[in-house]
Write a protein that binds this ligand. Structure first.
Ligand SMILES: Nc1ncnc2c1ncn2[C@@H]1O[C@H](COP(=O)(O)OP(=O)(O)OP(=O)(O)O)[C@@H](O)[C@H]1O
Ligand SMILES: [Mg+2]
Length: 309
Protein backbone atom coordinates (compact mmCIF):
# COMPACT_ATOMS: atom_id res chain seq x y z
CA UNK A 1 0.00 0.00 0.00
CA UNK A 2 1.00 3.64 -0.20
CA UNK A 3 1.25 4.10 -3.98
CA UNK A 4 -1.77 5.94 -5.42
CA UNK A 5 -3.35 4.07 -8.30
CA UNK A 6 -6.14 6.60 -8.68
CA UNK A 7 -6.13 10.33 -7.99
CA UNK A 8 -9.28 12.39 -8.26
CA UNK A 9 -8.95 16.15 -7.76
CA UNK A 10 -11.78 18.67 -7.65
CA UNK A 11 -14.05 16.75 -9.97
CA UNK A 12 -17.44 18.14 -10.95
CA UNK A 13 -20.13 16.72 -13.22
CA UNK A 14 -23.20 18.75 -14.13
CA UNK A 15 -26.18 17.55 -16.12
CA UNK A 16 -27.75 20.92 -17.00
CA UNK A 17 -28.74 22.32 -13.61
CA UNK A 18 -28.19 19.01 -11.74
CA UNK A 19 -24.88 18.94 -9.88
CA UNK A 20 -24.46 15.15 -9.93
CA UNK A 21 -20.87 15.39 -8.64
CA UNK A 22 -20.04 18.62 -6.89
CA UNK A 23 -16.31 18.95 -6.26
CA UNK A 24 -14.88 15.69 -4.98
CA UNK A 25 -11.26 14.69 -4.34
CA UNK A 26 -9.90 11.39 -3.14
CA UNK A 27 -7.18 8.91 -3.96
CA UNK A 28 -6.95 5.13 -3.88
CA UNK A 29 -3.77 3.26 -3.08
CA UNK A 30 -2.59 0.09 -4.69
CA UNK A 31 -4.37 -2.94 -3.23
CA UNK A 32 -6.86 -0.80 -1.34
CA UNK A 33 -10.60 -1.56 -1.26
CA UNK A 34 -12.84 1.51 -1.12
CA UNK A 35 -16.60 1.73 -0.58
CA UNK A 36 -18.63 4.59 -1.97
CA UNK A 37 -21.61 4.68 0.30
CA UNK A 38 -24.54 6.98 -0.30
CA UNK A 39 -28.31 7.18 -0.78
CA UNK A 40 -30.04 7.18 -4.18
CA UNK A 41 -28.91 10.06 -6.35
CA UNK A 42 -25.77 10.75 -4.26
CA UNK A 43 -23.53 10.71 -7.35
CA UNK A 44 -21.90 7.29 -6.89
CA UNK A 45 -22.59 5.94 -10.38
CA UNK A 46 -21.60 9.23 -11.98
CA UNK A 47 -18.32 9.12 -10.04
CA UNK A 48 -17.42 5.56 -11.02
CA UNK A 49 -18.47 6.16 -14.63
CA UNK A 50 -16.12 9.14 -14.85
CA UNK A 51 -13.28 6.94 -13.55
CA UNK A 52 -14.27 4.32 -16.13
CA UNK A 53 -14.14 6.88 -18.93
CA UNK A 54 -17.86 6.44 -19.71
CA UNK A 55 -18.62 10.01 -18.63
CA UNK A 56 -16.40 13.04 -18.93
CA UNK A 57 -16.02 15.32 -15.91
CA UNK A 58 -17.32 18.89 -16.36
CA UNK A 59 -14.23 20.00 -14.41
CA UNK A 60 -11.33 18.49 -12.53
CA UNK A 61 -8.80 15.77 -13.04
CA UNK A 62 -8.88 11.97 -12.85
CA UNK A 63 -5.59 10.10 -13.14
CA UNK A 64 -5.20 6.35 -13.10
CA UNK A 65 -1.58 5.31 -12.62
CA UNK A 66 -0.74 8.80 -13.81
CA UNK A 67 -2.77 8.45 -17.04
CA UNK A 68 -5.96 10.23 -18.10
CA UNK A 69 -8.81 9.37 -20.48
CA UNK A 70 -8.10 12.32 -22.81
CA UNK A 71 -4.67 11.03 -23.77
CA UNK A 72 -4.33 7.36 -22.81
CA UNK A 73 -7.67 5.72 -23.61
CA UNK A 74 -6.23 2.49 -24.99
CA UNK A 75 -3.88 1.88 -22.08
CA UNK A 76 -6.57 2.67 -19.55
CA UNK A 77 -8.93 0.03 -20.94
CA UNK A 78 -6.38 -2.56 -19.88
CA UNK A 79 -5.91 -1.12 -16.41
CA UNK A 80 -9.58 -1.12 -15.48
CA UNK A 81 -12.21 -3.79 -15.07
CA UNK A 82 -15.79 -3.00 -14.21
CA UNK A 83 -19.36 -4.02 -13.76
CA UNK A 84 -22.09 -1.45 -14.32
CA UNK A 85 -25.11 -0.86 -12.12
CA UNK A 86 -27.27 -2.47 -14.80
CA UNK A 87 -25.59 -4.60 -17.39
CA UNK A 88 -27.39 -5.41 -20.62
CA UNK A 89 -26.26 -8.72 -22.04
CA UNK A 90 -27.24 -10.34 -25.31
CA UNK A 91 -30.17 -12.60 -24.38
CA UNK A 92 -29.54 -15.13 -27.14
CA UNK A 93 -25.97 -15.85 -26.07
CA UNK A 94 -25.18 -18.57 -23.54
CA UNK A 95 -23.39 -17.81 -20.28
CA UNK A 96 -20.02 -19.10 -21.47
CA UNK A 97 -20.38 -17.41 -24.87
CA UNK A 98 -21.01 -14.08 -23.15
CA UNK A 99 -17.85 -14.42 -21.03
CA UNK A 100 -15.96 -15.67 -24.09
CA UNK A 101 -16.97 -12.57 -26.03
CA UNK A 102 -15.43 -10.31 -23.38
CA UNK A 103 -12.42 -12.63 -23.04
CA UNK A 104 -11.74 -12.19 -26.76
CA UNK A 105 -11.41 -8.40 -26.26
CA UNK A 106 -8.50 -9.09 -23.93
CA UNK A 107 -7.03 -12.00 -25.90
CA UNK A 108 -7.78 -14.46 -23.09
CA UNK A 109 -8.21 -18.17 -23.63
CA UNK A 110 -11.06 -20.60 -22.97
CA UNK A 111 -9.45 -21.88 -19.76
CA UNK A 112 -9.74 -18.41 -18.20
CA UNK A 113 -13.39 -18.24 -19.29
CA UNK A 114 -14.16 -21.51 -17.51
CA UNK A 115 -12.14 -20.39 -14.50
CA UNK A 116 -14.08 -17.16 -13.87
CA UNK A 117 -17.40 -18.94 -14.47
CA UNK A 118 -16.32 -21.42 -11.79
CA UNK A 119 -15.20 -18.64 -9.40
CA UNK A 120 -18.65 -16.99 -9.47
CA UNK A 121 -20.44 -20.34 -9.16
CA UNK A 122 -22.15 -20.38 -12.56
CA UNK A 123 -20.63 -23.61 -13.88
CA UNK A 124 -24.01 -25.35 -13.83
CA UNK A 125 -25.44 -22.49 -15.88
CA UNK A 126 -22.64 -22.22 -18.39
CA UNK A 127 -24.80 -23.47 -21.24
CA UNK A 128 -27.94 -21.55 -20.25
CA UNK A 129 -29.07 -18.66 -22.39
CA UNK A 130 -28.54 -15.35 -20.62
CA UNK A 131 -32.26 -14.56 -20.96
CA UNK A 132 -32.97 -17.54 -18.69
CA UNK A 133 -30.64 -16.47 -15.89
CA UNK A 134 -32.14 -15.05 -12.70
CA UNK A 135 -31.33 -11.47 -11.66
CA UNK A 136 -28.74 -12.70 -9.16
CA UNK A 137 -27.13 -15.00 -11.72
CA UNK A 138 -26.83 -12.07 -14.14
CA UNK A 139 -25.02 -10.10 -11.44
CA UNK A 140 -22.64 -13.02 -10.98
CA UNK A 141 -22.12 -13.09 -14.73
CA UNK A 142 -21.24 -9.39 -14.65
CA UNK A 143 -18.74 -10.09 -11.88
CA UNK A 144 -17.22 -12.99 -13.86
CA UNK A 145 -16.58 -10.57 -16.71
CA UNK A 146 -15.06 -8.01 -14.34
CA UNK A 147 -12.74 -10.70 -12.95
CA UNK A 148 -11.55 -11.83 -16.38
CA UNK A 149 -8.46 -9.82 -17.01
CA UNK A 150 -6.90 -9.19 -13.59
CA UNK A 151 -6.85 -5.41 -13.94
CA UNK A 152 -5.11 -3.37 -11.24
CA UNK A 153 -8.25 -1.24 -10.72
CA UNK A 154 -11.69 -2.78 -10.47
CA UNK A 155 -14.93 -0.80 -10.19
CA UNK A 156 -18.16 -2.53 -9.21
CA UNK A 157 -21.38 -0.52 -9.13
CA UNK A 158 -23.71 -2.11 -6.58
CA UNK A 159 -22.49 -5.67 -7.11
CA UNK A 160 -24.81 -7.18 -4.51
CA UNK A 161 -27.97 -5.07 -4.68
CA UNK A 162 -31.03 -7.28 -4.83
CA UNK A 163 -29.15 -10.50 -4.10
CA UNK A 164 -30.35 -12.90 -1.44
CA UNK A 165 -28.15 -13.09 1.68
CA UNK A 166 -26.44 -16.30 0.56
CA UNK A 167 -25.54 -14.96 -2.86
CA UNK A 168 -24.33 -11.71 -1.27
CA UNK A 169 -22.03 -13.69 1.03
CA UNK A 170 -20.72 -15.66 -1.96
CA UNK A 171 -19.80 -12.44 -3.73
CA UNK A 172 -18.15 -11.11 -0.57
CA UNK A 173 -16.06 -14.30 -0.38
CA UNK A 174 -14.96 -13.88 -4.00
CA UNK A 175 -13.98 -10.27 -3.38
CA UNK A 176 -12.21 -11.17 -0.13
CA UNK A 177 -10.13 -13.74 -2.03
CA UNK A 178 -9.27 -11.07 -4.56
CA UNK A 179 -8.25 -8.75 -1.74
CA UNK A 180 -5.89 -11.34 -0.27
CA UNK A 181 -3.93 -11.40 -3.53
CA UNK A 182 -3.22 -7.69 -2.93
CA UNK A 183 -2.76 -6.79 -6.59
CA UNK A 184 -6.18 -5.29 -7.27
CA UNK A 185 -7.62 -2.04 -5.97
CA UNK A 186 -11.39 -1.99 -5.77
CA UNK A 187 -13.98 0.76 -5.67
CA UNK A 188 -17.44 -0.53 -5.01
CA UNK A 189 -20.64 1.39 -4.58
CA UNK A 190 -23.16 0.06 -2.15
CA UNK A 191 -26.18 0.79 0.00
CA UNK A 192 -25.15 -1.85 2.49
CA UNK A 193 -23.19 -0.71 5.53
CA UNK A 194 -22.14 -4.28 6.35
CA UNK A 195 -20.66 -4.65 2.89
CA UNK A 196 -18.60 -1.48 3.28
CA UNK A 197 -17.51 -2.53 6.77
CA UNK A 198 -16.66 -6.10 5.86
CA UNK A 199 -14.85 -5.64 2.57
CA UNK A 200 -13.38 -2.19 2.46
CA UNK A 201 -10.30 -0.55 3.96
CA UNK A 202 -11.81 2.88 3.58
CA UNK A 203 -15.33 4.22 3.29
CA UNK A 204 -16.34 7.37 1.45
CA UNK A 205 -19.75 8.71 2.39
CA UNK A 206 -21.37 10.73 -0.41
CA UNK A 207 -24.57 12.69 -0.64
CA UNK A 208 -25.78 15.29 -3.15
CA UNK A 209 -22.57 15.05 -5.14
CA UNK A 210 -20.28 15.80 -2.22
CA UNK A 211 -18.06 13.72 0.04
CA UNK A 212 -19.34 14.16 3.57
CA UNK A 213 -16.74 12.00 5.30
CA UNK A 214 -14.03 9.49 4.42
CA UNK A 215 -11.71 7.23 6.33
CA UNK A 216 -11.40 3.79 7.84
CA UNK A 217 -14.36 2.66 9.88
CA UNK A 218 -12.42 3.39 13.08
CA UNK A 219 -11.41 6.83 11.84
CA UNK A 220 -14.98 7.70 10.87
CA UNK A 221 -16.33 6.63 14.20
CA UNK A 222 -13.56 8.10 16.34
CA UNK A 223 -13.61 11.40 14.41
CA UNK A 224 -16.93 11.68 16.09
CA UNK A 225 -15.13 11.66 19.38
CA UNK A 226 -16.36 8.26 20.50
CA UNK A 227 -19.88 9.56 20.72
CA UNK A 228 -22.62 7.37 22.06
CA UNK A 229 -26.30 6.91 21.37
CA UNK A 230 -29.41 6.96 23.49
CA UNK A 231 -32.26 5.77 21.29
CA UNK A 232 -35.86 5.49 22.36
CA UNK A 233 -39.44 5.56 21.21
CA UNK A 234 -42.43 6.98 22.97
CA UNK A 235 -46.14 6.36 22.95
CA UNK A 236 -47.02 9.95 22.07
CA UNK A 237 -45.30 12.89 20.43
CA UNK A 238 -42.31 14.07 22.44
CA UNK A 239 -42.59 17.49 24.13
CA UNK A 240 -39.67 19.82 23.40
CA UNK A 241 -39.09 20.29 27.14
CA UNK A 242 -37.71 16.75 27.21
CA UNK A 243 -34.64 18.01 25.41
CA UNK A 244 -34.18 21.30 27.28
CA UNK A 245 -30.94 21.58 29.20
CA UNK A 246 -29.61 18.23 27.98
CA UNK A 247 -26.08 17.95 26.71
CA UNK A 248 -26.93 16.44 23.34
CA UNK A 249 -24.59 16.66 20.38
CA UNK A 250 -27.28 15.86 17.85
CA UNK A 251 -30.91 14.91 17.92
CA UNK A 252 -32.46 12.83 15.15
CA UNK A 253 -36.20 12.57 15.34
CA UNK A 254 -38.58 10.53 13.26
CA UNK A 255 -41.95 12.25 13.65
CA UNK A 256 -43.83 9.35 12.08
CA UNK A 257 -42.66 6.70 14.50
CA UNK A 258 -41.90 8.91 17.52
CA UNK A 259 -38.45 7.32 17.49
CA UNK A 260 -35.59 9.55 18.56
CA UNK A 261 -31.83 9.21 18.69
CA UNK A 262 -29.74 11.39 20.92
CA UNK A 263 -26.06 11.48 20.07
CA UNK A 264 -24.31 12.21 23.35
CA UNK A 265 -20.76 12.41 24.61
CA UNK A 266 -21.28 9.97 27.42
CA UNK A 267 -24.19 7.63 28.16
CA UNK A 268 -23.07 7.31 31.75
CA UNK A 269 -23.34 11.06 32.27
CA UNK A 270 -26.37 11.74 30.12
CA UNK A 271 -28.69 8.84 30.89
CA UNK A 272 -29.62 9.96 34.45
CA UNK A 273 -30.37 13.47 33.13
CA UNK A 274 -32.44 12.01 30.31
CA UNK A 275 -34.45 9.74 32.63
CA UNK A 276 -35.11 12.61 35.01
CA UNK A 277 -36.48 14.67 32.09
CA UNK A 278 -38.67 11.75 31.02
CA UNK A 279 -40.09 11.56 34.51
CA UNK A 280 -40.74 15.31 34.68
CA UNK A 281 -42.48 15.47 31.32
CA UNK A 282 -44.70 12.43 31.89
CA UNK A 283 -43.57 10.78 28.68
CA UNK A 284 -44.27 7.06 28.29
CA UNK A 285 -41.18 5.28 26.98
CA UNK A 286 -41.87 2.22 24.84
CA UNK A 287 -38.24 1.20 24.59
CA UNK A 288 -34.80 2.54 25.36
CA UNK A 289 -31.46 1.49 23.94
CA UNK A 290 -27.96 2.70 24.75
CA UNK A 291 -24.97 1.89 22.58
CA UNK A 292 -21.85 3.14 20.82
CA UNK A 293 -22.21 5.10 17.57
CA UNK A 294 -22.32 2.82 14.52
CA UNK A 295 -21.67 3.54 10.86
CA UNK A 296 -25.43 3.51 10.37
CA UNK A 297 -25.91 6.24 12.99
CA UNK A 298 -23.07 8.26 11.50
CA UNK A 299 -24.58 7.96 8.04
CA UNK A 300 -27.99 9.14 9.20
CA UNK A 301 -26.48 11.98 11.18
CA UNK A 302 -24.48 13.13 8.14
CA UNK A 303 -27.13 12.72 5.44
CA UNK A 304 -30.36 12.84 7.40
CA UNK A 305 -31.36 9.76 5.43
CA UNK A 306 -31.42 6.02 5.75
CA UNK A 307 -29.68 4.09 3.03
CA UNK A 308 -32.32 2.77 0.64
CA UNK A 309 -32.42 -1.01 0.77
N1 LIG B 1 -27.38 11.28 -17.76
C1 LIG B 1 -27.94 12.02 -16.81
N2 LIG B 1 -28.70 13.09 -17.11
C2 LIG B 1 -29.26 13.87 -16.17
N3 LIG B 1 -29.12 13.66 -14.85
C3 LIG B 1 -28.39 12.61 -14.46
C4 LIG B 1 -27.76 11.74 -15.42
N4 LIG B 1 -27.09 10.77 -14.74
C5 LIG B 1 -27.28 11.04 -13.44
N5 LIG B 1 -28.05 12.13 -13.26
C6 LIG B 1 -28.46 12.74 -11.98
O1 LIG B 1 -27.29 12.88 -11.18
C7 LIG B 1 -27.57 12.58 -9.82
C8 LIG B 1 -26.62 11.48 -9.36
O2 LIG B 1 -26.96 10.26 -10.00
P1 LIG B 1 -26.14 8.91 -9.81
O3 LIG B 1 -26.70 7.91 -10.74
O4 LIG B 1 -24.70 9.22 -9.90
O5 LIG B 1 -26.51 8.54 -8.29
P2 LIG B 1 -26.19 7.22 -7.46
O6 LIG B 1 -25.52 7.67 -6.19
O7 LIG B 1 -25.51 6.22 -8.29
O8 LIG B 1 -27.66 6.72 -7.06
P3 LIG B 1 -28.26 5.21 -6.93
O9 LIG B 1 -27.91 4.77 -5.53
O10 LIG B 1 -29.73 5.44 -7.07
O11 LIG B 1 -27.68 4.36 -8.00
C9 LIG B 1 -29.04 12.21 -9.75
O12 LIG B 1 -29.75 13.36 -9.35
C10 LIG B 1 -29.37 11.84 -11.18
O13 LIG B 1 -30.73 12.08 -11.47
MG1 LIG C 1 -25.96 4.34 -8.92
Amino acid sequence: MGVPILEISDVYKNFKEVKAVDGISFSVNSGEFIALLGPNGAGKTTTVEMIEGIQKPSEGSIRIMGLNWDHHEKKLHNLISLSLQETRFIDKLRTWETVQLFASFYGLNRARVDEVIEIVGLTEKRKSFVENLSGGQRQKLALAIALLHDAPLMLLDEPTTGLDPTARREIWDILMNLKKKKNTSLILTTHYMEEAEYLCDRIIIMDKGKILAQGTLDELLSANNSKEIIEFSTKDAIPDQLFCGQDVYKLIRDENTNRTKLIVKSIVEQLPVFLQKVKESNVTLLDLECRKLTLDDLFISLTGKHLAD
